[in-house]
Design a protein around this ligand. Structure first.
Ligand code: SAM
Length: 400
């Protein structure tokens, strides 16, 4: 018998033998591991619940449905708190904001052919077996409703033995679908794909890098401005998560007349902020900025927005370039923004809203700012990756 002593940041249970890392267990639980690896919970934790989704046992899409919401919230907050405290930083943690079930508006699914037609779903944990998830509790109803279209697409796009990736994003005009396949796109196939997109009401269908059908532009709404992102472009995982991050970013930058939005993507923050401030959006992907710029030009009553394609790892905005701005928003990828944070620290900017999906790089970058004289009055954890080990963070940095 083993006792679970704690959870790793990926949600694996550290067992009392000092070596075993066990999935889907909780601290304090006593478990038996049979010779064949089967896990039996002997003494369950008070935080253990029946998984809300009937697919949880077989599907590898979620990791934490065996724990109640309060446990998951405290565990995620603690991951961020530990990373911050490990850097010797102190701050107030606002209440965590957790996105509701069935709110994930974008998913990467897999598809393969079956005897009867096709199957679309997620892989089981650490294996290549595919599970169909028609009652998934994570995805929005619109994404679930797109499964028949994705299955029909798999029949056309997948070879008999292979597997394809299907990235589907909810849009008001219908599912926006990107398929990654090694099957060749023939003229005949194009005709069939166009018919399929029409039949199932897809807004756009992209084959590897090639747009095949665009029936209605799949616009996303950023604070009332429509933007048609490039296929597969980054989008905050849930509308709730996006709104929570945006409201924090707006609160932090409220007094700024001129804002620089670093790692701006397609304008999730830029365009809503442009209702009150001039914004300079900087981002590495030109296609995302083109989409942002088009949205701004077609938007109503927005202040001036300028865009700049720039690799912010190699060529961060320097302190003298940052002089024009009253506040910065920074939302880097998992690697964080070491170089850009260093120049922000050395600049005259006094207000920074930092958004991050990685507690470790967040804490590193936060420390650089604090060492340069910034205070970090509060941090908020946003759980838009419900039932997974991922976290999102937004924090305020100010200096007098
Ligand atoms: C976490 S996303 C945030 C996007 C946007 N703020 C949003 O909320 O939708 C990070 C963004 O950083 C961009 N990016 C990644 N590496 C970059 C780099 N080296 N230089 C500039 N932008 C980069 C990505 O293309 C992506 O749009």
């Amino acid at each position: 018998m083993l006792t679970i002593e704690s959870l790793t940041h990926l949600g694996m249970g550290r067992a009392s033998d000092g070596r075993s890392l066990l999935p889907r267990v909780l601290p304090g639980e006593e478990v038996d591991v049979a010779q064949d690896g089967t896990l039996r919970i002997v003494t369950p934790s008070v935080d253990r619940v029946a998984a809300p989704c009937r697919h949880f046992k077989s599907c590898g899409g979620c990791a934490m449905q065996h724990a109640n919401d309060a446990f998951v919230a405290a565990w995620k907050q603690d991951i961020v708190a530990k990373a911050v405290h490990a850097r010797g930083l102190d701050t107030d943690f606002r209440d965590i904001a957790t996105s509701p079930p069935t709110s994930r508006r974008r998913a990467k699914l897999s598809g393969r052919r079956t005897k009867k037609g096709a199957m679309v779903g997620f892989h089981t944990r650490a294996s290549d077996t595919l599970v169909a998830v028609p009652d998934c509790q994570l995805l929005t109803p619109a994404l679930i409703a797109s499964f028949p279209a994705l299955e029909a697409l798999t029949v056309l796009a997948c070879s008999r033995k292979g597997e394809i990736d299907l990235t589907v994003t909810e849009a008001n005009t219908g599912p926006d679908v990107l398929v990654a396949t090694d099957k060749e796109l023939t003229p005949q196939l194009r005709v069939e794909l166009a018919a399929l997109a029409n039949q199932f009401g897809l807004s756009r269908l992209v084959w590897n890098d090639e747009p095949v059908v665009m029936i209605n532009p799949p616009a996303q709404d950023f604070g009332g401005t429509g933007v048609v992102p490039p296929p597969g472009a980054f989008l905050q995982a849930t509308k709730h998560g996006e709104a929570t991050l945006l409201s924090a970013v707006q609160e932090i930058t409220v007094k700024a007349a001129c804002v620089v939005d670093l790692f701006a993507g397609c304008g999730t923050f830029t365009l809503p902020l442009a209702k009150y401030a001039e914004v300079h959006a900087v981002e590495g992907e030109a296609a995302m900025l083109n989409a942002l710029d088009r949205g701004w030009r077609e938007g109503h009553q927005l202040r001036r927005v300028t865009t700049e394609t720039r690799d912010l790892f190699r060529r961060p905005l320097e302190a003298d370039e940052l002089r024009h701005f009253d506040a910065a928003v920074i939302d880097p990828p998992r690697a964080g923004a070491e170089a850009q944070i260093a120049t922000l620290a050395a600049s005259e900017i006094n207000t920074i809203a930092m958004v991050s999906c990685n507690p470790v790089t967040f804490a590193r970058d936060a420390q650089t700012l604090v060492d340069a004289g910034f205070a970090m009055p509060w941090v908020q954890v946003v759980d838009q990756f419900r039932w997974s080990p991922h976290v999102e963070i937004v924090a305020a940095f100010t200096r007098k």
